[in-house]
Design a protein around this ligand. Structure first.
Ligand SMILES: C[S@@+](CC[C@H](N)C(=O)[O-])C[C@H]1O[C@@H](n2cnc3c(N)ncnc32)[C@H](O)[C@@H]1O
Length: 271
């Protein structure tokens, strides 16, 4: 493989794969939609779209752009998707970007700028893009995301697990992802609370909430409890605070406005 091919991630989606993805996930596309294939290579997705759906390709390699233009009959711009001007505001960005995490994230940033609210992205992606809780949590603050595994051997000699990811701008929700918010919340906890989990405590949030209350002398305001658990690190994600409130209902008793004490019967566990 040439260095340029490797650098630009020039692996082309087989015709039948592009067609099957369009048929399966986008059967309702119409003439009111505006589709762009951001790094279209030879234009597999452009060819898979029905003729009545307005679509355009973008490709950084002029030779490939010419091939895509000729084979699809669509307009194909030569340029870098991260900065090129499109002749319309797309409602769907569909395709197969280069398989590099940093480039995928830059493509998603550009997609965010280009799409209207509820606009969609449908990308074939290497699963490693979603391998950490922090990366998925950051994406999920802006997009709803739904991913499904694809067999990697639809691409000859590919060694990465693959998925087809659909993201919707400005919506919330994760489908096909489990424990990502929880893992991110745990990662933010102070070491001593993480140690409780490492010791095999089963009910993570009960242990943490109880240990926090004990560290605060058995009684504290909600704000003090949050501060105790959060440590010095501020976080925009409020998932864990809901968990703490649920636990206080179980193991605490309200002793004043927003003030909680450990209910009798709960033993000391924190050092
Ligand atoms: C993985 S291939 C996929 C091609 C096509 N989407 C398909 O599914 O067959 C990625 C393509 O992106 C092109 N490319 C790489 N970086 C680009 C960029 N910043 N802007 C536009 N195209 C880019 C490469 O030249 C290559 O053709």
């Amino acid at each position: 493989m040439s260095a340029r091919r490797a650098e630009l991630g020039q692996f082309f989606t087989p015709e039948w794969v592009a067609q099957a993805l369009v048929d399966r996930f986008y059967p309702g596309l119409g003439m009111w939609d505006r589709v762009a294939e951001p790094s279209c290579g030879e234009g597999a997705f452009l060819r898979a779209l029905p003729d009545y759906v307005p679509a355009i390709g973008v490709e950084i390699d002029p030779d490939l752009a010419a091939r895509a233009r000729e084979s699809s009959g669509r307009e194909v711009l030569v340029g870098d998707f991260r900065s090129v001007d499109l002749p319309f505001r797309p409602t769907l960005l569909l395709g197969n970007p280069p398989f590099k995490s940093a480039v995928v994230m830059q493509f998603l940033d550009r997609a965010w700028d280009l799409l209207p609210r509820d606009g969609e992205v449908g990308f074939i992606l290497p699963a490693f893009v979603f391998q950490t809780a922090s990366a998925v949590e950051a994406l999920s603050a802006r997009w709803s995301m739904d991913q499904q595994m694809l067999p990697r051997n639809v691409f000859p000699r590919l060694s990465h697990p693959l998925c087809f990811a659909r993201l919707t701008k400005g919506r919330h929700g994760l489908i096909g992802f489990a424990l990502y918010h929880e893992a991110a919340a745990v990662a933010r906890l102070e070491t001593r609370y993480r140690a409780l989990l490492a010791q095999g405590e089963r009910s993570v949030w009960t242990a943490i909430t109880r240990a926090a209350l004990e560290a605060l002398g058995g009684e504290a305001t909600l704000r003090e409890i949050y501060r105790e658990i959060e440590g010095a690190r501020p976080t925009a994600n409020r998932y864990w605070q809901e968990k703490v409130r649920q636990q206080l209902q179980r193991i605490g008793r309200r002793v004043g406005p927003s003030r909680w004490a450990l209910a009798s019967g709960y033993q000391q566990v924190a050092a």
